[in-house]
Write a protein that binds this ligand. Sequence first.
Ligand SMILES: *Cc1c(COP(=O)(O)O)cnc(C)c1O
Length: 398
Amino acid sequence: MTQPLASDVGVGAVADRVVAAVQSALRDHRGPAALHQPEFRGAEWTYVKDCLDSGWVSSVGAYVDRFERDLERVTGVAHAVAASTGTAALHVCMRLAGVERGDEVLVPTLTFVATANAVSYTGAVPHFVEADASNLGVDPEALERHLQAVARVEDGMCRNVTTGATIRALVITHLLGLPCDLDALTALAERWCLVLIEDAAEALGTYWHGVHVGGRGRLAALSFNGNKIVTTGGGGAILTNDPALAARAKHLTTTAKQPHAWAFDHDEVAYNYRLPNLNAALGCAQLERLDDMIARKRVLAARYVEAFAGVQGVRVLAEPQGARSNAWLNGILLDDPADRDPTLEALAAAGLMGRPLWTLMHRLPMHAACPRASLTMAEALEARVITLPSSACLADGG
Ligand SMILES: *Cc1c(COP(=O)(O)O)cnc(C)c1O
């Protein structure tokens, strides 16, 4: 028999310790454990049946209005406009922020591709910025340094002096349910004359210093895709405190049709980004269960913190000071990037779902020529973070 190399023992050890800690957090849950599993334990069947019975399954109906009012109540943001997907909602946010062909928009390199796609749809260019190790969001200090190096404010506009383009907006993503540092980023956006847009697709139910995310930026987007904390099957919403922007969001998502009893008049090229009433019915029922969902997910998150305490070589991405996370997905940070893939394999072998973060945006082929800041922290996080099974039902045992 050949002796295993010392390095193999080291690598195997971290993977084994992670599997053992996850099993302990899940109280030896049997069977496959998904990252996030939707649940239909409330009025979903009733509302969807009611919607079918009413015949109003498509682009207008009472559930769409009700879902929008429910979202306003849950988030505390003055206006919610439903959309067909989170990506569509982000696209509309870009349009409403005045993003135009040739502009640049600051986008975290550590995000889902939809954030960058929404910028590209407008003909603008994503300009990638650095991640914050404490919350995976945008690092305000690194961004400040970068802007001081490449940008100037002239006539109330932010100009990239190296490319000549106007930097119109800053999108920040609240990742895994952890909020970005909204105080620092709001101040930065004001200083640099940038429209702040929050990609809150993963953060319904997340608070920063007692205030729900999505209302600090001029605009925010939510997603109700099947993997999110509340699902409509597929769907999204635009949030804003500005009534004029909300009216414009409604107009752009509904083919710019002029309200009229019978005439079909449209006053600009717009989109069919409406959320069907059938999907909104599902969403209304899901929102009624949001508090319960978050409470159970937070129990699971606390179990992960406990199970990983004292585990060498790994730490849980815990809720930062001042934040209240919806605990959508739990993540761990490995000290050594060499442990990531063996750990993912060990988790899979144990029937436990684990995933790396997304490939960073600046590495994707369509972004090869995009401007970027120094992205070393994002690269370190990409190499070292693993997300773990986080379905609320996993908190029910034990
Ligand atoms: C899910 C998600 C989106 C887009 O949502 P869809 O509804 O799938 O279009 C955008 N940004 C982030 C960070 C997401 O996680």
